[in-house]
Design a binder for this molecule. Sequence first.
Ligand code: XMP
Length: 511
Amino acid sequence: MKKSDTIIVLDYGSQYTQLIARRVREMKVYSEILPWDADVATLLAASPRGVILSGGPSSVRDEEAPSMDPRLLESGIPILGICYGMQVLAQRLGGRVEKGCRAEYGRTRVSLRKSPLFEGLPGELTVWMSHWDQVAELPADAAIIAQSESGIPAGFALPERGIYAIQFHPEVAHTVGGQEILSNFLFRVCRCEPTWDLGEWVTSMTEEIRRKVGNGRVVCGLSGGVDSSVAALLTSRAIGDRLECIFVDNGLLRRNEAAEVLEAYKTLGLKVHFVDASARFLDALAGVVEPERKRKIIGEVFVRVFEEKAEDVGGAEWLLQGTLYPDVIESGHKGKGAAVIKTHHNVGGLPEVMRLAVLEPLRDLFKDEVRKIGALLGLPERILERHPFPGPGLAVRCLGEITPERLDVLRGADAIFLEAIRNAGLYRKIWQAFCVLLPVRSVGVMGDVRTYAEVAVLRAVEAQDGMTADWYRLPEDLVDAVSRRICNEIPGINRVVMDVTGKPPATIEWE
Ligand code: XMP
């Protein structure tokens, strides 16, 4: 596929690495993330116009610290080092990094000298710093281009070699002028053309799918979420009704969800096969309370149901999946040896069981790009902006035993909560909002009658990517109204509580 100019972001482990790559793409330059120790030949094969070294949690003074292949410095490709990236550059170029007498963290003022990197910016900026080490001695021939309030070098450059380094983070919103700094690097230093265009991406990806699949057939599992929906729309544009979409109702969806989602897909002209497998899932889950067992059972039943339906509709050679770039990066070079907190599964295991080749048209894209493409393809707002919903659905929000009755209680409370959030215009500001039903009964009183019923939890969080989250400060009046409505309208609940825990230490879902 035709690609625009490329910037490689080398990942030294910063929580902001993906943000750097997204910022670059927002300026219409294609970017890719590679691990810091990626083979230089692989890196050069992408013919990048420039390389950005991310920040990271290590100290270059440690023996095992992530370093940098010197061949990259000799390649003549412009380099921008950010935070840890600046220290790696300083050290590699013969300068000296030492532990500072105090850490600089958070908002800091820096003064800027004249440099192509700072073109169009004032002489002083408020920037976001987060470091302990500092460059004590600059590499020979390097010039200071920025200095922090405490006199520490906050940036240096070797302009004739296209090498720039800054101690602060231009990619975060707290750094005033950060976008201009990145833009200067892309367009003044690397001389990139802003040609990464999602409209063009759609055209060439459609052609690529057509070429890859040939006369073959593709199956896909639709979930109602944005990723699988966009992947399906794109593929149906490429190969028409040789795409068979399967939508499984596992009995764990929210109120009216199956009907709403099916209606949307019908309007979009997708060929969707609906399977109501609620009874199968609920039978398999009967009496199960342990979260990981629930997840495992749901995954296994899903694979079986999907496989049967796929055979039913005539089989296929390809399985379409809505894998995104962050998943590719995470599975590629992060998370090695990470502990399993929860088994995440949606259609995991399917390709092996069904011996299908996998088609992943969105694997180069970030979520915000997928949303933009969804909009280009005419996906309705309701699907585009939908909060993430876990594959195992309400099973992980209905704590304790899953019964049709308890699921109905949960659906009722959840619908009231979401309606209030939508009406208050808060839906898009919140990463996820939902109710959880606890298998705990408490005493209440309604109309002079004693009640003994279960507890609903209101959970609303804000997050960038779901990896970390903070609980959302909902207006008191909204919480009050929701609490009253739930207790009045949903038999089975007589108490509403709110989850005020971030992630970490909690997770977003309760199971
Ligand atoms: P946790 O609960 O781990 O969730 O903080 C992080 C994000 O992932 C979603 N989630 C899932 N998504 N399949 C999914 O596709 C799953 O099995 C699953 N479990 C959790 C969760 O809703 C949140 O957005």
